[in-house]
Design a protein around this ligand. Structure first.
Ligand SMILES: [Zn+2]
Length: 684
């Protein structure tokens, strides 16, 4: 069977709009609907490929903080002249109730960096203490038994800095072209200890109340809701806030400036509502350049999108507080996200979606260790796509993921693993955000929406108002979706503990089987080679054939580095695409697509005469051949062949000098000598 090379195609991460991304059924459903593939797919879980055990980390914490009651005096930090900025101080008093997690706790160690500690009290009694640069060490008068609690008071002072605690007086603000004085904190991951003696780990959630003294005219904003305001003479006030549910130190924040508030509300279709309190500068409320009302207009709809997927919003209230100047975009402080003033320009809607989604992924369920940060950031990054899927449809979902993939692919195989990323690169955009978001997307696509979202909701509920490790998500997935086509341990191991992604290279050759039936042999290789990068990745891979206006999808479980699959079709292919719906974080190249000459191809071949007609004797007759055929023949009125030529697509010239004037027929014929396109012409 002669092969005609139809096309050399290079499809690198090509997009396709053939099917919507959302709502696709699970892969294993697709497998078992196609009996021809059953054999290729079974056994689905080659035992040798399953890693032994995913690491579950044992924490060695000695204390559990139950509550922090904090008093801060920010008055001087907000009023000291700029020239004395280096001398600027704030004072604090924290009262913490702490539970011992060990028997015989004899020394309390709190995280505290560069704090000037004035005095410490345990159970109301003043006690000696010692400190290093990074911790405050408090010998306890009496050793504390496991589960017993102690009350500790620490009085301290801090200098403002450009890290963790930021303060700008009116004079500073003028120099920075900002309208008002402002002070705010920014703790993640381990900076709370720079302004608050605390147990600064994400695994320890506590209740927070804060009372702050600020110059008159400024409004304090923190997590939860405002409690009371007390005037302190004409020049200052004390303002307190409280959040009713526990949070880790990194999600706690305090802000103060000359804020106005703009309130929204999210009303659930079936009752219940969430008030949304937004704080920003008055000139930005409905301004031309910064416009909070415009930038925030879709927040209630984001609640709708996320409650639909993740279950009820976990806190009684939500809100945004705007700060500047700051290098960050936004931060998901529990129930009160901090946003950069820049976001009020209204062009980073996915940023708002990201911080709101963190209220489920990060705040309601907090990464238990920083090595699990991908649970937070992957969930929030994935949710940006979920929001665009809700507001714009499947193309929006897909576009966002494509953007994230492109960021990751800049370094791709050279990026470190997602899991247990070092603190120094904790917020590595390519992995902690982009690849992690794709891991959620790939879980979704592997098992389908009807399995994925219920499992995610169960995971979130199981660890609600608590913490989770990566192993906890793995356990939920294993329990809820035990028959996933790729075993969950393998999935988590290859995508999280190991680095990289599959690099697919494919070739496709089509052969003619019988009338109207073809088989395409697709050979796929995984070619990734790099340190700590698996080869093979074990993945369900969809192969899509295109041709004659038709498509055919075939999904196979690729569990070896090289793989071949025979795909039957009723049409002649002109191209092949791997992973056409972008289900996998991968690179994909189809090198060659070779298609057979078959009668369907010939049936679409056409012939037409070009130039003047009738053809003058002695002048060449020119024909245009389109499509695949074998031979161009010319016969006279008696049926005798007077000319034959290979029917390659293009122009074929037929000399007429040896033909007698009269009627002729030009025809394209197939390999079976059947005419498929004819043109009658006259030579005169
Ligand atoms: Zn985030």
């Amino acid at each position: 069977m002669p092969l005609i090379l139809i096309a050399m195609l290079v499809l690198v991460t090509a997009a396709s709009a053939q099917h919507p991304v959302e709502g696709k059924s699970a892969y294993h459903d697709a497998f078992f609907l196609d009996p021809h593939l059953r054999e290729a797919v079974m056994p689905m879980h080659p035992p040798a490929l399953v890693s032994t055990a995913f690491p579950h980390k044992e924490l060695q914490e000695r204390i559990d903080v139950i509550s922090y009651d904090i008093k801060l005096d920010w008055y001087y930090a907000l009023t000291t002249p700029s020239v004395l900025r280096g001398q600027r101080k704030a004072t604090g008093h924290v009262h913490a109730r702490i539970r011992s997690m060990v028997n015989g706790l004899d020394t309390l160690v709190l995280d505290a960096i560069a704090l000037t500690v004035d005095s410490v009290f345990v159970g109301g009694e003043r006690v000696p203490f010692s400190g290093s640069v990074t911790v405050l060490r408090i010998p306890l008068p009496v050793a504390v038994a496991a589960d017993d609690t102690i009350d500790v008071d620490v009085h301290y002072a801090i200098r403002t800095s450009d890290r963790a605690f930021y303060a700008f007086s009116q004079e500073d603000a003028n120099q920075l072209s900002l309208p008002h004085p402002i002070a705010f904190t920014f703790n993640e991951p381990e900076d709370a200890r720079r302004w608050l003696p605390c147990h600064d780990v994400p695994s320890d959630k506590a209740l927070f109340t804060v009372d702050v003294r600020v110059p008159a005219g400024l409004t304090v904003v923190s997590n939860g809701t405002p409690q009371r305001t007390l005037s302190d003479g004409d020049t200052a006030s004390w303002q307190s806030w409280h959040h009713p549910l526990p949070m880790p130190t990194y999600l706690f924040a305090v802000n103060a400036s000359d804020y106005v508030s703009y309130d929204q509300v999210y009303r659930r279709m079936f009752g219940g509502e969430v008030p949304i309190y937004n704080y920003h500068w008055g000139m930005d409320d409905n301004g031309v350049f910064f416009n909070a009302r415009n930038a925030l207009r879709n927040i209630p709809r984001m609640f709708e999108a996320f409650e639909d997927k993740y279950g009820e919003y976990p806190f009684p209230t939500y809100g945004h507080v705007t700060v500047a100047p700051i290098q960050f975009g936004g931060m998901e402080h529990q129930s009160m996200s901090t946003i950069n003033r820049r976001w009020l320009m209204g062009d980073v809607e996915t940023g708002y979606a990201h911080e709101l989604a963190h209220q489920w992924f990060g705040d309601m369920v907090t990464c238990e260790t920083w090595g699990d940060i991908w649970l937070n950031e992957g969930g929030a990054s994935f949710s940006e796509a979920v929001w665009l899927g809700f507001s714009e449809g499947p193309e929006g979902y897909r576009r966002l993921l494509a953007d994230r993939r492109n960021v990751y692919m800049r370094n791709g195989l050279a990026e470190p693993p997602v899991y247990d990323i070092p603190m120094a690169t904790l917020f590595n955009e390519a992995t902690t955000y982009c690849k992690s978001g794709w891991v959620y997307h790939m879980m979704r696509r592997m098992v389908g929406d009807n399995a994925f979202f219920p499992a995610i909701r169960i995971y979130l509920q199981r660890h609600r108002l608590s913490t989770a490790q990566t192993a906890d998500l793995l356990e939920t997935m294993q329990g809820r979706i035990p028959s996933a086509v790729v075993p969950w341990e393998t999935f988590f191991d290859q995508w999280l503990v190991k680095a990289g992604h599959p690099v697919f290279v494919a070739d496709a050759v089509q052969n003619w089987l019988a009338d109207g039936q073809y088989v395409t042999i697709v050979t796929v290789a995984q070619t990734q080679q790099a340190d700590n990068v698996p080869n093979p990745f074990i993945v369900p891979l969809t192969i899509r054939l295109y041709g004659q206006g038709q498509t055919k999808d075939t999904t196979v479980l690729m569990s070896t580095s090289n793989f071949q699959v025979d795909i039957a079709s009723a049409f002649v292919i002109d191209s092949v695409q791997l992973d056409p719906d972008d289900d996998l974080l991968c690179e994909k190249t189809v090198n060659t697509v070779s298609s057979v000459e078959g009668d369907d191809a010939v049936a679409t071949a056409t012939l037409r005469l070009t130039g003047s007609h009738p053809v003058e004797h002695g002048m060449p007759a020119q024909f245009v051949v389109e499509g695949a055929a074998v031979t161009l023949q010319v016969v006279d009125a008696m049926g005798r062949q007077v000319f034959a030529h290979d029917a390659v697509p293009g122009i074929v010239t037929v000399p007429t000098s040896t033909m007698v004037p009269g009627l002729y027929v030009a025809r394209l014929v197939s390999s079976k000598s059947e005419p498929v396109s004819t043109v009658t012409f006259i030579v005169r």
